[in-house]
Design a protein around this ligand. Structure first.
Ligand code: CP
Ligand code: NVA
Length: 305
């Protein structure tokens, strides 16, 4: 594994190994601290969009492993604007041992990898959020002891978070269902990508328009914002379209009795999820947030160690 950009590039065994490594690193941290596997190494963090969890968990993760991280915000390096992506990639490769980037255009990540000579990590793009998905399958594994056979229903927009989660769940033999309004579901190409992975692991992938049908029997009910970063101009239309997809008590009553609720955060309480559910005992949203740290340490050690 050279980069961590697109989950489709990896194998089920590689994803399993990352989850196992994350569990080890989490235990090691809880037992007193991680070994300085990245001593003296520097991670460049390029942000074209805002972030709390991604920014802090990568920075703290590098510190726990004996390295450090540099935060480069949108006004600083002007990726693809002040300077070409290729020149940014080659310059950062001269100074640092890894690049984590949060971008609008997914192609900017592949260009960073193409032109740079250090590992590139996807900290979210318009198409994917693989670091989130890794933390999410780690969380599902902690709760259920496995991902295999677990029924995961994502309710809302078939967005970057949903797509990466579907891939990660499929790699680990889980059953993924998306409940989305027409026009916001996965494309045929995305469905094929997920189905191809699921075929090798005994997993499945399904699409529903009706959220109640989709969550019937689900062990995990997952949601994310209806308006992703960069889609703010579509806010009014999206808020109207997604209203029936709110994760609330009525919807959760259709899921398995012991279902857990997941959200990558930030949550728009009162929109895609109610306060009552986000703060209920079924909610594992802050366990997910913490697991960003442990999952990403596994990625950092694998790529930069
Ligand atoms: N879930 C997530 O990526 O959070 P941030 O946008 O705060 O990094
Ligand atoms: N789908 C959201 C996720 C934020 C972590 C976005 O792209 O804005």
């Amino acid at each position: 594994m050279q980069h961590f950009i697109d989950l489709a590039d990896y194998s089920s065994a590689e994803i399993r190994a990352l989850v196992a490594r994350a569990l080890e690193l989490k235990q090691e941290w809880k037992n007193g601290g991680n070994a300085p596997l990245l001593k003296g190494k520097v991670l460049a963090m390029v942000f074209q969009k805002p972030s709390l969890r991604t920014r802090v968990s990568f920075d703290v993760g590098m510190q726990h492993l004996g390295g450090s991280a540099l935060n480069l915000g949108p006004d600083e390096i002007g990726l693809g604007k002040r300077e070409s992506v290729a020149d940014v990639a080659r310059s950062l490769s001269a100074f640092t041992q890894g690049i984590m980037a949060r971008v609008f255009d997914h192609d900017h990540l592949t260009q960073l990898a193409e032109w740079g000579s250090v590992p590139v990590i996807n900290g979210l793009s318009d198409l994917q959020h693989p670091c989130q998905a890794l933390a999410d399958v780690l969380t599902i594994h902690e709760v259920f002891g496995k991902v295999e056979g677990v029924r995961v229903t994502f309710v809302g927009d078939g967005n970057n978070v949903a797509f990466s989660l579907a891939q990660a769940v499929a790699y680990l033999g889980g059953h993924f269902t998306l409940a989305a309004p027409r026009g916001y579901e996965f494309s045929e190409e995305r469905m094929d990508t997920i189905a191809e992975i699921a075929e090798t692991t005994g997993g499945t992938v399904q699409l529903f328009e009706d959220p109640q049908d989709a969550v019937r029997g689900a062990h995990v009910v997952y949601t994310d914002t209806w308006v992703s970063m960069g889609q703010e101009h579509e806010t009014q239309r999206r808020l109207r379209t997604f209203q029936p997809y709110q994760v609330n008590r009525d919807l959760l009553n259709c899921a398995d009795r012991d279902a857990i609720v997941m959200h990558c955060l930030p949550a728009h309480r009162g929109q895609e999820i109610t306060d009552e559910i986000a703060d209920s005992r079924q909610s594992v949203v802050f366990q997910q947030a913490e697991n960003r740290l442990h999952a990403q340490k596994a990625v950092l050690v694998t790529l930069m160690g």
